[in-house]
Design a protein around this ligand. Structure first.
Ligand code: SF4
Length: 341
């Protein structure tokens, strides 16, 4: 059975055409799937009985509830969702006072091998479908409370750009969930060609994982630097007009003695000169078998002040969900495979 969940309006139109159904049924189906939370084709009650029977021969809705939840002392929750092939993914729900964010995954595992990331250690297992990305949002028990979606969970979104763009279309279209793209942030380590496509085909915010302004150092932390050096990625960003509404931010995990020195302040100021952006300074959560350690709070404060003096806007991110391995860089489902897929 093929899942209807994750189909765009134009794909639903193809399905109606192939099955001899009126084309307006495609919009009705989209509304059932993305606005009325239907869980079965039988629930699509404004489609004729004959149409529903016909659809049921080949399709199912394909919504999947999370199979496990872990709650942190700070209110963060980590949800485990079954994916195809008996695999699993994680999504982190981060409630704050007036902001309720869901951090979603775009792949099972990741092939990019960043040194500081548990998902990287898991290796690449599979791409997620657009339906599996949208499902993390709509099947979340707190779905109605969400104000923001960030693609910062497992995987590199630009390595699954087709499905990421499709999921963004579903999130932001009037026939879909009608979210403002300004409430969605997609991260990348700087996979330039797909990043350009994302900038051109979507209006969501963009977050770049930067972590150091220096090539050699970045290569050690993030092998992608050998393919798309950070200056090249930033030059690419300078070609686009992001307008006043769309935001570029840089994620900067702070490692003690590695990327938290005066030279790094200078390097960042040179690299990002003139670019309207924000730098998010993130505390490092140590992972097993890694020599990296996080910078102290004092160093982070100092680093932030120095960058501010150079005219760069910074935020020190509060760490959330570390005790349940839901914090930045800690998501992994390496050893989880469903027994009877
Ligand atoms: Fe992949 Fe992102 Fe982890 Fe790098 S930081 S290994 S791109 S999930």
């Amino acid at each position: 059975m093929e899942a209807l969940f994750g189909k765009t309006l134009s794909e639903l139109k193809d399905i109606t055409a192939e099955n001899g159904l009126p084309s307006f049924s495609a919009k009705q189906m989209a509304q059932w799937l993305y606005q009325k939370n239907v869980t079965s084709i039988d629930g699509m009650t404004n489609l004729s009985k004959k149409a529903r029977e016909q659809l049921k021969e080949k399709y199912e809705v394909g919504r999947i509830a999370p199979s496990k939840v872990q709650a942190s002392v700070d209110g963060t929750k980590k949800y485990l969702y079954p994916a195809h092939k008996g695999l699993f993914i994680e999504a982190a729900y981060i409630p704050e006072r007036d902001r309720h964010t869901l951090c979603i995954s775009s792949q099972v595992g990741c092939k990019m091998g960043c040194l500081f990331c548990m998902t990287g250690k898991q290796g690449f297992q599979s791409q997620l479908t657009a339906g599996e990305m949208v499902n993390q949002v709509l099947s979340l028990p707190e779905s109605d409370q969400l104000t923001n979606i960030v693609y910062m969970g497992m995987g590199e979104p630009m390595d699954n750009i087709e499905n990421v763009l499709k999921s963004l279309e579903i999130f932001t279209s009037e026939w879909g969930m009608a979210w403002s793209p300004r409430r969605i942030n997609v991260s990348t380590i700087g996979v330039e060609p797909a990043m350009r496509r994302f900038i051109e085909e979507s209006n969501a915010h963009l977050a770049i994982s930067l972590h150091t302004p220096f090539n050699e150092e970045r290569q050690k932390l993030m092998p992608i630097e050998q393919v798309y050096p950070i200056e090249q990625v930033i030059d690419a960003l300078r070609e686009y007009d992001f307008g006043r509404q769309r935001r570029i931010s840089f994620e900067y995990i702070m490692f003690a003695g590695v990327n938290d020195t005066p030279a790094h302040v200078k390097g960042l100021s040179k690299l990002l000169n003139g670019l309207r952006c924000r730098i998010n300074l993130i505390r490092f959560h140590p992972i097993p078998d890694s020599p990296l350690r996080g910078s102290s709070h004092e160093t982070m404060e100092w680093f932030s002040n120095e960058l501010n003096k150079k005219g760069l806007t910074t935020t020190i991110r509060r760490s959330r969900g570390e005790d349940i391995f839901a914090a930045c860089g800690l998501l992994s489902t390496k050893n989880m495979v469903k027994q009877n897929p």
